[in-house]
Design a protein around this ligand. Structure first.
Ligand code: GLV
Length: 323
């Protein structure tokens, strides 16, 4: 490996000023100034000759990209905790290390989950539209009634790093906490939540069902029509994980028919080209993948990657090295 100052790093996106400054000070950086999502082919061409590759979740780093960059590539860094856009097996086989950004984004993402829970339960999208469109008919004793959180049951699919931060924030709102993981957490980590051995059992008690588990092949289209049917009537669905864990047809139908009271979504299948029917739903409170989107968190994500690279240069294995 060359001296740090001679290492070539290719950055597919712009990062926060503090992160770019540190990156530029340490490495020979080439970046995609256009800051648009790159196709795999464009990425493989643009990043030729780099030792480090810094991507975000918008770039697919396939086995082919890795093979094309393998002669020089040493480390792939992704500014995300999710890694489904990277071929980890191919990286491992090529001897390329992969770093991601666990922990540092859990609190910001949990804040967005709470915003979505509140916004969906209290009809914030619909109410906001009334203000903007000047269609507010004034206060009425029975108008725009939502669901109060106090005493409702929040079912968390995936009580991991992000799920636990959601649970911490949800408890003071009076929500009763339930979760499903493959295995129960030790009592000291479970924060008084109720464990469900199966996701079906969790669905059955979830007045609010919140997806925080990572997107794995087994969880693709997890929330389908059959599982939505297991939720209590008038349940609320929240997704801060990945859009491909939800069957859009099933969710949209359940929102249109009012089988579900509302949904709060931060993530969408095929984003930003989302199913256009989502735009027509009054009972959808949606934001465009804002989970980790604060300056503090995006700085922390960038630095956990840069610190990881420095650890590798010292011959250590950083805590966020996946392969
Ligand atoms: C965001 O969605 C991430 O995976 O970091």
């Amino acid at each position: 490996m060359p001296e740090a100052s001679a290492i070539r790093l290719y950055a597919t996106r712009r990062f926060t000023p503090a992160v770019e400054q540190a990156m530029d000070a340490r490495y020979q950086v080439t970046r995609n100034w256009a800051d648009t999502a790159m196709t795999s082919d464009a990425l493989a061409q643009a990043a030729q000759g780099c030792e480090y590759l810094m991507v975000s979740l918008t770039e697919k780093v396939t086995a082919e990209v890795i093979a094309r960059l393998a002669p020089t590539l040493k480390v792939i860094c992704t500014l995300s905790v999710g890694v489904e856009h990277l071929d980890l097996a191919a990286a491992k086989q090529a001897g390329v290390k992969v770093l991601n950004t666990p922990d540092v984004l859990s609190e910001a993402t949990a804040e967005i989950a709470m915003m979505l829970i509140l916004g969906a339960a209290r009809r914030a999208a619909e109410g906001g539209r009334m203000i903007r469109d000047d269609t507010w008919y004034g206060f009425t004793p029975t108008g725009m009634l939502g669901q109060q959180l106090t005493g409702r049951r929040l079912g968390i699919l995936g009580l991991g790093r992000i799920g636990k931060e959601v649970a911490k924030r949800a408890a003071p709102f009076g929500l009763k906490l339930h979760y499903h993981n493959r295995r129960p957490l030790p009592a000291e980590e479970a924060m008084g939540t109720t464990y469900h051995e199966t996701s079906d059992s969790l669905l059955a008690v979830s007045d609010i069902f919140c997806i925080t588990a990572p997107s794995t092949p087994e969880l693709k289209s997890f929330l389908n029509a059959e599982r939505i049917a297991r939720l209590p009537k008038d349940a609320i669905v929240i997704n801060v994980a990945r859009g491909d864990m939800v069957d859009d047809d099933a969710l949209i139908e359940a929102l249109q028919s009012k089988r579900l009271f509302a949904a709060g979504l931060d993530v969408f299948r095929g984003e930003p080209d989302i199913d256009p029917r989502y735009r027509t739903l009054d009972n959808l409170f949606a934001v465009p993948h804002l989970g980790s989107g604060t300056v503090e968190t995006r700085d922390a994500m960038g630095f956990v990657l840069l610190d990881g690279l420095q650890a590798i240069e010292r011959g250590e294995t950083p805590h966020n090295q996946l392969v």
